[in-house]
Design a protein around this ligand. Structure first.
Ligand SMILES: [Zn+2]
Length: 118
């Protein structure tokens, strides 16, 4: 039985996330410690947990990738591939931030909305 990484996640989700982090990556234990799930995120994770239990070996990596997006909402700029912490970037407009690397304006999915602001 794994020791819990966090004190605020339910034990089953905690150990599920540890397994995913260890086997598939996409987020780390320190991301888990920073991760305080909303009710909605918790039910998303539980759903993914159940899907993962039923899934074939070949389907698991894509499920794990979905788990990683829930836990670690870091955004990759599609303009330059830069990995940024969306929440830490100043918003330049509604739901858009500037990539610190290439100055493109991107949305929450990393899609480039416009190349550069003056
Ligand atoms: Zn960029």
């Amino acid at each position: 039985m794994a020791n819990p990484v966090t004190f605020h996640l339910p034990g089953d989700l905690d150990s599920f996330l540890q397994d995913v982090a260890q086997m598939y990556g996409g987020f780390s234990y320190s991301d888990m410690i920073k991760f305080y799930p909303t009710k909605e995120q918790k039910s998303q994770l539980r759903e993914l947990y159940e899907q993962m239990c039923d899934a074939d070996e070949s389907e698991r990596p894509s499920l794990a990738a979905k788990v990683a997006v829930v836990v670690n909402p870091d955004v990759i700029c599609k303009g330059c591939g830069w990995h940024l912490d969306y929440g830490c970037q100043p918003e330049v407009s509604m739901e858009a931030v500037k990539c610190p690397n290439c100055n493109a304006i991107i949305d929450q999915t990393g899609k480039v909305l416009s190349k550069e602001v003056s």
